[in-house]
Design a protein around this ligand. Structure first.
Ligand code: FUL
Length: 506
């Protein structure tokens, strides 16, 4: 660490790197200290309520993923194909899934989910139980397979590969009969058996009419068990999970209160799902761990349409803050065009989005603060649960208090007064979601504390949008907790790029 760079005019980047090195040191000391007898006999906090599986935790930590709506609709201009489209309609002139993955990776996304079969029933892979697939088209002489290209490209780029497979099928001749559930199971089996690990299976709850106006009674238990048997680590999305839930809107907006818990007993995807407000907020006493996924398109529609505009950078940042910043995962749809490529305009906008996020979150202004708390599990000598664990970026280190201490406070004494307008908080969700209300207070030279924001849930990640302010110290009062909070990160940032609309703060 070169202390000479800590001059008033030093660029923030230098400070960050220095801070990161400092974090390394802190972490080393912490690991060593964790072995000290001071923690002997101190039991770690017990898990509270339902908690994420390893797959759900890994999924949540992806934070942003790319959705690709691609199929006959790309060529017809429809959003919902009729199911009667000739297979030859699907004819990308230059399909390049490597380019999709390069764009996704450049945009900081961690996975890609493809519409392997949308409501029109057309399969982007040669599904043996369908006659409405790429195999029946003249694209690549019927030898093409989009799932093959994309799964290979995802592997090459270290991205997760996920599939959207619509149960609603406007083409399948047996749709609307009990037999269709078996056909759909075989469809799932084929799509999930040949392309390597699948990180997410996306089930659309839509249940419209099939041939001759017939409707289907979906066998969700059969569908979910089929996925679980073939891809045990896949997180299953639907309105009500079982792996993650729909956030209740297609604008990419999580609830200001957003619990990763929901009771799903008696509910089903589609018309039998809980209302949008409940999906958005989750339930503090929900029986299942069911985090929210916020899906939204970079365009107005889900599929490519030549005239559609790309959302602005400001809009994307607003979406980011109201999804990832509110404890939801952001699934951003980027529709490939008729060549089978992501358009230049979309790609440029996504890189701008990434650059903006990297800039905003480059420098944690709390990094060098002294951290104190109203309590700490195991007492001051037990570094394993120390308050300053909230500063390091290691995921599995956290600050914890005794389980009877339900209203603790944590204070960041800043090295010097800093200007900031974002507060980022993270609960250590492997032990459950606990915080139901908190306040952010600041103080400056006169020493009086002033509340500048209040919030309800935190969960995996919460980012509060505050007006520009300057403080010597920042205090978080966890004043409404279902169980003693376990916090693994508190950070302060200054965002000079996104300007929230009036009333949009927090
Ligand atoms: C909806 C579908 O009907 C849309 O076409 C789109 O796929 C969206 C993500 O889900 O339910």
């Amino acid at each position: 660490m070169n202390l000479l760079i800590h001059t008033a005019g030093a660029p923030k980047r230098l400070r960050l790197r220095d801070g990161a090195r400092l974090c390394g040191l802190v972490l080393g000391v912490m690991v060593a200290a964790a072995m000290l007898p001071a923690c002997t006999g101190v039991q770690p906090p017990a898990a509270y309520g339902p908690c994420p599986t390893a797959a759900q935790l890994a999924w949540q930590r992806m934070e942003t993923n790319m959705f690709c709506h691609f199929g006959p609709n790309t060529f017809s201009g429809l959003e919902w194909g009729e199911g009667t489209e000739p297979e030859d309609l699907f004819n990308p002139t230059d399909l390049d899934c490597v380019q999709w993955c390069a764009v996704a990776q450049g945009a900081g996304m961690k996975g890609v989910i493809i519409t392997a079969k949308h409501h029109d029933g057309f399969c982007l892979w040669p599904n043996p139980v369908s006659s409405h697939t790429v195999r029946e088209s003249s694209w690549r002489d019927g030898k093409g397979d989009v799932l093959r290209d994309l799964s290979d490209a995802c592997r090459q780029y270290g991205l997760g590969f996920g599939v959207y497979i619509s149960p609603w099928d406007r083409h399948a001749p047996d749709y609307g009969t009990p037999h269709y559930n078996l056909t759909f199971r075989q469809t799932l089996e084929d799509a999930l058996s040949h392309y390597g690990p699948v990180f997410e299976q996306w089930f659309d709850g839509a249940n419209g009419e099939g041939p001759e106006g017939r409707r289907q009674q979906y066998d969700w238990t059969l569908f979910n068990t089929t996925v679980a048997a073939l891809q045990p680590h896949a997180v299953i999305f639907s309105d009500v999970g079982p792996g993650c839930r729909w956030v209740g809107n297609e604008q990419g907006r999580g609830g200001v209160t957003c619990w990763s818990r929901l009771s799903t007993q008696g509910f089903a995807p589609g018309a039998e799902a809980p209302g949008a407000a409940v999906l958005g907020s989750g339930q503090s006493d929900g029986q299942c761990w069911l985090p929210a996924e916020a899906d939204v398109s970079l365009h107005d529609g889900w599929f490519y349409h030549p005239q559609q505009q790309t959302k602005s950078l400001q809009r994307l940042l607003s979406i980011y803050y109201s999804s990832v910043g509110r404890n939801a995962l952001l699934l951003l749809n980027v529709p490939p065009d008729r060549r089978g490529r992501i358009t230049e305009a979309d790609s440029v906008r996504l890189m701008e989005f990434r650059r903006a996020l990297d800039t905003i979150f480059a420098c944690d202004l709390a990094q060098e603060s002294r951290v104190t708390a109203s309590g700490q599990l195991g007492g001051g000598g037990c570094r394993r649960y120390a308050a300053d664990n909230v500063l390091d970026t290691a995921y599995h280190t956290y600050w914890a208090v005794a389980d009877t201490h339900l209203q603790p406070t944590l204070t960041l004494h800043l090295r010097e007064a800093v200007a900031f307008n974002r507060v980022m908080l993270q609960e250590y969700i492997p032990l459950g979601q606990r915080v139901a209300h908190f306040a952010v207070q600041v103080t400056d030279t006169n020493g009086a504390w002033r509340t500048v924001a209040q919030g309800t849930t935190i969960g995996y990640k919460r980012i509060l949008l505050l007006p520009d302010m300057r403080a010597d110290a920042v205090r978080i009062c966890f004043d409404g907790c279902l169980a003693a909070p376990v916090i693994n990160r508190v950070a302060l940032y200054y965002d000079a790029i996104y300007r929230p609309e009036e009333g949009e703060r927090q």
